[in-house]
Design a protein around this ligand. Structure first.
Ligand SMILES: C[S@@+](CC[C@H](N)C(=O)[O-])C[C@H]1O[C@@H](n2cnc3c(N)ncnc32)[C@H](O)[C@@H]1O
Length: 315
């Protein structure tokens, strides 16, 4: 299994982990970013790591077993549990990373049913211990439910037509494989209307995966809870890979930046052309970073705000 970690230099330069620091990586994947953190927080640092996918978690645990002079606490759970784990350990991280979405290892594994390029069971769950496979939902959901998911999580223009094709198909026989779903998409989108650069099933697979895994549920709350646990001066970086995710991150950061936090980037940072050329999977990445202000900076933020209000009242 291989996964090339995305925007490593940019993330390290914003979060700037130092020997002895505490770092929380909410999305271990194959441990690329986590290993880089460990190099920088040794000696004496503490890495907290999370992944809800048992296979990824096992792989990351294995890769991180070589780490020396850093305490490593790994939890095979949703990062929405991370605030509770940090509290139990009385830990205040100097840096937090959420590298959202999918790992190449998951996409390439046909058995997971996440990829329209591989024929496999139509499952799509990241944590196979909970919930139900995508096929079970698709064979039961109403036309409107499927339409809404494709629109909300995939920005799919052909959502209604695809939902109709799924309902027509399952009248004949239930959907079982990734190929069955690809066929429904191809039946629904006219050849002339297809985007040449994107496989027609891309948005459908993304939307159903996000829905089946509840990926956007309570994401905002989790970001707020993690940001609040940062040490003074610490920062949280979030890498998102589609507009729905980025909207949630942007909203959470904007709210937090009203008091006690500062956004480090006015606009999300993108990978360089050189990185995209090296690693095509990085092309949709968007990086946002939020810093928790120390006491002095909070005082300055309040003074700036009062000054702006005074100006507003006197004008
Ligand atoms: C893009 S990959 C992370 C890659 C990683 N940074 C690396 O360098 O290898 C995303 C990983 O986060 C995990 N993940 C996604 N959402 C999660 C969540 N809510 N809780 C825990 N893990 C999650 C996925 O299972 C996947 O392994």
């Amino acid at each position: 299994m291989e996964h090339v970690p995305v925007m490593v230099q940019e993330i390290m330069s914003h979060l700037d982990p130092k020997p002895g620091n505490v770092v929380a990586d909410g999305t271990l994947g194959l441990g690329g970013h986590a290993l880089e953190f460990c190099k920088r927080i040794a000696p004496g640092g503490h890495l907290f790591g999370f992944d809800w996918d048992e296979k990824m978690f096992a792989e990351a645990t294995n890769r991180l077993s070589v780490v020396k002079d850093v305490k490593v606490t790994l939890t095979a759970q949703d990062f929405r549990q991370a605030p509770a784990v940090l509290d139990r350990n009385q830990a205040r991280p100097n840096a937090v990373l959420l590298d959202l979405g999918l790992n190449s290892g998951q996409v390439d594994d046909a058995e997971r049913g996440m990829s329209f390029r591989e024929v496999g069971p139509l499952d799509m769950r990241m944590d196979v211990r909970v919930g139900e496979p995508a096929s079970a939902w698709l064979n039961r959901a109403t036309l409107d439910e499927i339409d809404n998911v494709l629109r909300d999580y995939g920005d799919e223009r052909w959502a209604r037509a695809i939902a109709r094709a799924i309902l027509a198909r399952r009248k004949e026989q239930p959907l079982r494989t990734t190929e069955d779903l690809v066929e429904c998409v191809l039946a629904a989108i006219p050849v002339g209307a297809r985007d040449k650069r994107l496989h027609p099933a891309t948005r459908t697979f993304q939307a159903i995966r996000i829905f089946i895994n509840g990926e956007l549920e309570e994401l905002s709350e989790a970001i707020v809870a993690l940001a609040e646990r940062l040490a003074d001066g610490g920062a949280i970086a979030v890498l998102s890979y589609h507009s729905g995710e980025d909207r949630v991150v942007k909203g959470a950061f904007r709210e937090l930046a009203k008091e006690g936090f500062r956004e480090e980037l006015r606009k999300p940072q993108l990978p360089t052309d050189a990185e995209i050329a090296r690693n095509a999977r990085s092309r949709s990445a968007r990086l946002r970073v939020l810093r928790k202000l120390d006491r002095e900076s909070v005082g300055q933020q309040e003074a700036d705000r009062e000054e702006t209000q005074d100006e507003y009242q006197t004008n």
